[in-house]
Design a protein. Structure first.
Length: 455
């Protein structure tokens, strides 16, 4: 599997093969060039030999003659390694001198005294030959000179050996440099890994953002993950502390009331104790539900991934209808007075339902019998929206209109049974949906209006 192979191995595989291919191609090109120039040098020697023979040709009575002593011919053909052969041909009279079976070129030289090189086989051995045509009156003289390939083959081997050894050395040196360079290039990753390995599970401090620019996106991503984990850990710790703090007193009171009800034999006192137990149970259930809602909201950084199109007005009307029985039970007039048409908004339906329910619940809990509670939704420009819940009670003093959105904050002399979490939940949900919650004076000039603006 590719995932189980180290980055070093992958880089070596991807870089070594192209490097070897390039070195091989470079060696072949160098070898080809060296062979080409050596071939030209030997071909020039053949051409010089052919020109030397051509200079010895004489014309007697219009006929070409080449009168060379035997010693001169032996000197011409002698070579320590190779054998040299020649033939001088006349178009009219045939062979002038040399080997009659010497192989002819496929085509005669096109220009006078210009060399025409060709490869052939003579006496069962491969040779390299040159043909030179001489100017002559009423005749055409061609000088052919060829030699075996012993020196050329030996030179080819020498060149090949001279090229292979440096190429092998270069390949080995390049491989060593490549390994060292890859190791040095991956060192910042090892440094990051060591930083993480040395940490304890509770150490969520950011990693030093150092090293090459290619490593910094990794460290920044890890730091973002550490930040999210740190926030989640802090949220968990806050939730545990808040739950312990908020549930300790109600549970203790609930235990006292339950024990009193068990000890009390008077039916009337027993019934009152059970009523207090039921009230305490409702309070504990309410606090637990709100604490769980806050705990669920803390890590909602990706809440937008679950957003769908929600009709804010229909959602508010539905929530208002659900809370009518509780409002009637406390003697409050609860109604909806906002947009009747659709007010579309991107959001999480469950969280928006929780927002509206907390606003209504908060107004009912702190409202007095005979008060009215109104829920409304207004659409604004650029697809903005505004949701509000207002009452005609005593209202909220200006100095408390910011602090009431903090957790576990209750107004002085508050008569409700709330725990100070309702408006904190409203603010958290509003922030997740790109909105802001604040307190306004109600339209009637008294009471309070809690409004949430969605931009």
């Amino acid at each position: 599997m590719l995932g189980s192979v180290s980055i070093r191995t992958q880089l070596l595989r991807r870089l070594t093969l192209p490097l070897l291919v390039l070195l091989t191609l470079g060696g072949l090109v160098s070898y080809g060039l060296a062979l080409h120039f050596s071939q030209r040098a030997y071909d020039a020697g053949l051409y010089d030999a052919a020109r030397s023979l051509a200079q010895q040709i004489r014309f007697v009575s219009g006929r070409a003659t080449l009168d060379l002593p035997r010693a001169a011919i032996e000197m011409f053909e002698w070579d320590v390694l190779d054998h040299t052969y020649f033939a001088v041909l006349s178009a009219k009279h045939g062979l002038v001198l040399g080997h009659p079976e010497f192989p002819r070129p496929v085509a005669a030289p096109a220009e006078m005294l210009a060399p025409a090189y060709y490869d052939a086989t003579f006496q069962g051995r491969p040779i390299r030959s040159v043909a030179v045509r001489l100017p002559a009156q009423d005749d055409s003289i061609t000088v052919l000179v060829g030699e075996t390939l012993v020196k050329r083959t030996a030179l080819t081997r020498e060149i090949l050996l001279a090229m292979i050894l440096p190429e092998l050395f270069l390949a080995f040196a390049a491989l060593l440099l490549l390994v060292r360079s890859i190791r040095a290039g991956l060192e910042p990753l090892h440094a990051v890994a060591q930083q993480i390995e040395r940490r304890s599970p509770g150490d969520l401090e950011p990693i030093a953002d150092a090293g090459p620019t290619e490593v910094r996106p990794l460290t920044r991503a890890l730091n973002e993950l550490l930040r999210v984990l740190s926030a989640a850990q802090a949220s968990q710790q806050r939730f545990i502390a808040n739950a312990a703090h908020q549930l300790r007193s109600p549970l203790a009171a609930l235990q006292v009331q339950a024990e009193r009800a068990l000890r009390d034999s008077n039916p009337a006192s027993h019934a009152r104790a059970l009523e207090r137990v039921a009230a305490g149970t409702r309070r504990v259930a309410h606090v637990s539900r709100q604490l769980l809602t806050l705990a669920r909201l803390e890590p909602e950084a990706n809440a937008a991934a679950r957003f769908v199109t929600v009709d804010l007005a229909a959602l508010a009307r539905e929530a208002t209808a659900q809370w009518v029985p509780q409002a009637l039970e406390r003697g409050l007039d609860l109604g909806y007075a906002g947009e009747q048409g659709a007010v579309p908004r991107q959001g999480d339906p469950a969280l928006l339902q929780e927002l509206v329910s907390n606003l209504i619940d908060n107004a009912i809990r702190y409202g007095m019998p005979g008060n009215s509670v109104t829920v409304g939704v207004e659409s604004g420009p650029d697809r903005s929206a505004r949701l509000y819940v207002e009452d005609d009670g005593p209202g909220i003093a200006a100095e408390f209109r910011q602090t009431v959105f903090d957790r576990f904050v209750r107004l002085p002399d508050s008569h409700g049974e709330g725990c100070g979490l309702g408006l904190a939940i409203v603010r958290e949900i509003a922030h997740l949906h790109g909105g802001e919650a604040h307190i306004e004076t109600s339209a009637a000039g008294r009471g309070a209006r809690v409004a949430v603006h969605f931009g």
